[in-house]
Ligand binder design. Structure first.
Ligand SMILES: C[S@@+](CC[C@H](N)C(=O)[O-])C[C@H]1O[C@@H](n2cnc3c(N)ncnc32)[C@H](O)[C@@H]1O
Ligand code: SF4
Length: 372
């Protein structure tokens, strides 16, 4: 019998407040809805029972998983263990917000086998935090990280945003400097996307804040990359920096097209070569509408995904794997590849195309040139 290595993503769509920039599937719901939600989530997990699936990573994301009572997290992990074969060394991550965490919660998470904490920090500048509607302060974030360490967590990520209105390089660097001093093992740096329909767009349109130009953001990003490198944080993907051996297995799994189950509102799955997504409407989800829009990926779609995901990483894209899917990139994009290699945008060695270290700022433009 073939044992397959898969991953599980659990979506917790609850937050205590809505940040101004966020358009993730998350909202503020009553306790009654939360209870109903977890009953459905358990049902969905049971429906997909597969004891032959070796689970190498579980990612509990959101929303804000730390905003809910830990009894729900316990329930979900128990169900996953009962319905799948969770590997002993599986990476188990939970996303937490500095406002909604406590010593008791951390200790419970530890007991449940959670071994990686991902903090939504965004910034350690109180003015920046306020502009984007975060409800925690710099001090709360620092104390929460210290608490996680005190409770025995030694694999900690912190999310940081680049391009917060009114941010400057000095404020950004100070945030990173403090996180390095706190010895977190992993830092994700995301360029702030100004999502349509969010409160932030409104604030920007009303010219109430100073926006940071794209060019400036790329400059900040390149400087932060060098700064993190100096302190031993390696960039393994465009937005992700980690100390050696602390790269996130779950992230890497996505980029390597590993299969995964996604349970919960808006969660996506990629199982047995098919991709499908759950509804984003909570009432529909509570009415049992799991996994609609099932579609098998065509070879062309796999090629596109492989190029788009792999080129964002330092591991690059495997030309032989693309050939196996029927795309001879070396011949079909001969002119583009010659140009990109000659101008030091990419390297092509050992059947692998990689983006040059100083060209990650233009990854999207390079990807467009290599797509079929
Ligand atoms: C879904 S959130 C989960 C973390 C947790 N909810 C929190 O915010 O504390 C994951 C991360 O996505 C990033 N994110 C959310 N909205 C974004 C946006 N508009 N642009 C860039 N990054 C964003 C933030 O850095 C956030 O920490
Ligand atoms: S950024 Fe995180 S805490 Fe803020 S609304 Fe989005 S999911 Fe919730």
């Amino acid at each position: 019998m073939i044992m397959t290595d898969k991953m599980i993503y659990i979506h917790i769509p609850f937050c205590d407040s809505k940040c101004f920039y966020c358009n993730f599937c998350s909202s503020i719901y009553s306790e009654k809805i939360k209870e109903k939600y977890f009953l459905k989530l358990v049902e969905e997990i049971k429906l997909n029972k597969n004891k032959n699936a070796n689970i190498s990573s579980i990612y509990i994301g959101g929303g804000t998983p730390s905003s809910i009572d830990q009894k729900y997290i316990k329930k979900i992990i128990k169900q996953i263990n009962e319905n799948f074969n969770v590997l002993k060394n599986a990476e188990i991550t939970i996303e937490v917000n500095p406002c909604s965490i406590s010593e008791n919660k951390f200790l419970q998470y530890k007991k449940l086998g959670i071994n990686r904490i991902s903090f939504g920090v965004q910034s350690l500048n109180n003015k920046c935090l306020k502009i984007i509607g975060r409800t925690h302060t710099k001090k709360q974030a620092i104390n929460a990280i210290k608490l996680a360490k005190k409770c025995g967590f030694s694999n900690i990520n912190t999310d940081v945003l680049i391009g917060i209105p009114n941010q400057n390089y000095y404020k950004l660097k100070n945030t990173i400097k403090r996180l390095i001093k706190l010895k977190v093992q992993h830092i994700s740096c995301y360029m702030l996307i100004n999502e349509k329909g969010t409160k932030l767009t409104n604030i920007i349109n009303n010219k109430k804040v100073k926006i940071i130009s794209e060019d400036k953001c790329v400059k900040y990003y390149n400087n932060i990359f060098k700064y993190l490198k100096k302190y031993g944080y390696n960039r393994y993907e465009i937005s992700n920096f980690a100390k050696k051996n602390y790269e996130c297995k779950h992230n890497i799994g996505y980029w390597q097209l590993k299969e995964y189950y996604g349970f919960g509102l808006s969660a996506h799955s990629y199982v047995d070569g098919s991709r499908y997504a759950n509804t984003c409407n909570i009432q529909e989800y509570l009415n049992n509408e799991f996994g609609y829009n099932k579609e098998k990926l065509s070879c062309l779609e796999k090629v596109e995904e492989m190029i788009m995901l792999s080129l964002r990483t330092v591991y690059g894209v495997d030309v032989k794997a693309l050939n196996g899917l029927g795309y001879d990139v070396i011949n079909e994009k001969k002119y583009e590849i010659d140009f990109l290699v000659k101008n030091k945008f990419i390297t092509y060695e050992n059947d692998t195309i990689k983006i040059c270290e100083d060209k990650f700022g233009v990854t999207n433009q390079i990807i467009l040139k290599l797509l079929p």
